[in-house]
Design a protein around this ligand. Structure first.
Ligand SMILES: NC(=O)c1ccc[n+]([C@@H]2O[C@H](COP(=O)([O-])OP(=O)(O)OC[C@H]3O[C@@H](n4cnc5c(N)ncnc54)[C@H](O)[C@@H]3O)[C@@H](O)[C@H]2O)c1
Length: 248
C-alpha cells in the first residue's frame, strides 16, 4: 500500500479491461486517478468503483485520437489535482486483418487510436510535466509490438510504432526528469480479447509458456512498478509481460 502515494495518474481507456485494472490498483496504492474513456458509462463506473473503495477519481469523457479531447484531458487533470505525475497511454482498439483486406478506414482508425492517440496525449502532457519538474509516461504496446503475427497488420504496426515513440520520448525528455516506458503484454482476459473470434485466439493459449492468458491484474502489477519511484532508473524500455510467449 502507498507505492503511489499522492501521485496523480491519468489513464486512458480505463473504463474496461487493463485500464480499469490499473486504475483500481493505482488508487489502492494511493494515487488519485483521472479516468478517461470514449465509453461514458464504463468510465463513470470505474471512477465510482474507485470512490467506493475509498479513493479519489474524476472521469473525463473523450477520444484519444482527437487532439482537443487529449488537451482537455490534461487540462481537467490539472484543474482537479494540479499536476500529472503519471500518464498511462492504454486505450487501444483491434482488428484482425491482413494488409490486403484492411480497409483504409480501418487502418486510420487503428493507427489513429493506438499510435496517434499516444502521440496526442503525450504531447498534451509533456509541457505540464516539464512545468512541474518531471513526469512518467507508460504506453501499453503488446507482444504485437515485438514479433510478426498472422492477421494483425494494422494492429501490429501500431504496437511496433508505440515502442519507437517511447524510445524517442525517453531520449528527448530524460534530462527533464520525464521517463517513458512501454509494456508488452501477452494475451489478457479482457473485453478486447472476448471480441476476437475464438478460432483466431485459441492458438495463442498454448503459445504462452504458462499455457494460459494473463489476468489484467498481472499486467497492472508491472505498470505499478513503472509508475512508482521504484523504477527510477528505468526509461526507454519495453517490458515484456507475456507468460514467456516471445521466448519461443
Ligand atoms: N487484451 C489483450 O490481450 C492485449 C494484449 C496486449 C496488449 N493489449 C493492449 O492493452 C490495452 C488495453 O486493452 P484491453 O484488452 O484492456 O482492451 P478493452 O477493449 O478491454 O478496453 C479498452 C478500453 O479503451 C477504451 N477506448 C477505446 N478506444 C478509445 C478511444 N479512442 N479513446 C478513449 N478510450 C478508448 C474502450 O472504451 C475500453 O474501455 C490496449 O492498448 C491493447 O491494445 C491488449
Amino acid at each position: 500500500m502507498g507505492r503511489l502515494k499522492d501521485k496523480i495518474a491519468v489513464i486512458t481507456g480505463s473504463g474496461k479491461g487493463l485500464g480499469e485494472a490499473m486504475a483500481l490498483l493505482f488508487s489502492r496504492e494511493g494515487a488519485k486517478i483521472v479516468v478517461f474513456d470514449i465509453d461514458e458509462p464504463a468510465g463513470r463506473e470505474t471512477a465510482e468503483q474507485i470512490q467506493e473503495q475509498g479513493g479519489e477519481a474524476i472521469f473525463v469523457h473523450g477520444d484519444v485520437s482527437n487532439p482537443d479531447d487529449a488537451a482537455r484531458l490534461i487540462d481537467a487533470a490539472v484543474d482537479a489535482y494540479g499536476r500529472v505525475d503519471v500518464l498511462v497511454n492504454n486505450a487501444g482498439v483491434h482488428v484482425d486483418r491482413t494488409v490486403a483486406n484492411t480497409t483504409e478506414e480501418e487502418w486510420d482508425r487503428i493507427l489513429g487510436v493506438n499510435l496517434k492517440g499516444v502521440f496526442l496525449c503525450s504531447k498534451a502532457a509533456i509541457p505540464q510535466m516539464r512545468r512541474q519538474g518531471g513526469g512518467n509516461i507508460i504506453c501499453i504496446s503488446s507482444i504485437s509490438g515485438l514479433i510478426g503475427q498472422l492477421n494483425q497488420a494494422a494492429y501490429n504496426a501500431s504496437k511496433h510504432g508505440i515502442i519507437g515513440l517511447v524510445k524517442c520520448m525517453a531520449y528527448d525528455h530524460a534530462l527533464e526528469n520525464i521517463r517513458a516506458n512501454a509494456i508488452c503484454p501477452g494475451v489478457m482476459n479482457t473485453p478486447l480479447v472476448a471480441s476476437v473470434p475464438e478460432e483466431h485466439i485459441a492458438p495463442y493459449r498454448k503459445t504462452s509458456l504458462l499455457e494460459r492468458f494473463a489476468e489484467p491484474s498481472e499486467v497492472a502489477n508491472a505498470a505499478l512498478f513503472l509508475a512508482s519511484d521504484e523504477s527510477s532508473y528505468v526509461t526507454g524500455s519495453a517490458m515484456v509481460v507475456d507468460g514467456g510467449y516471445t521466448t519461443k
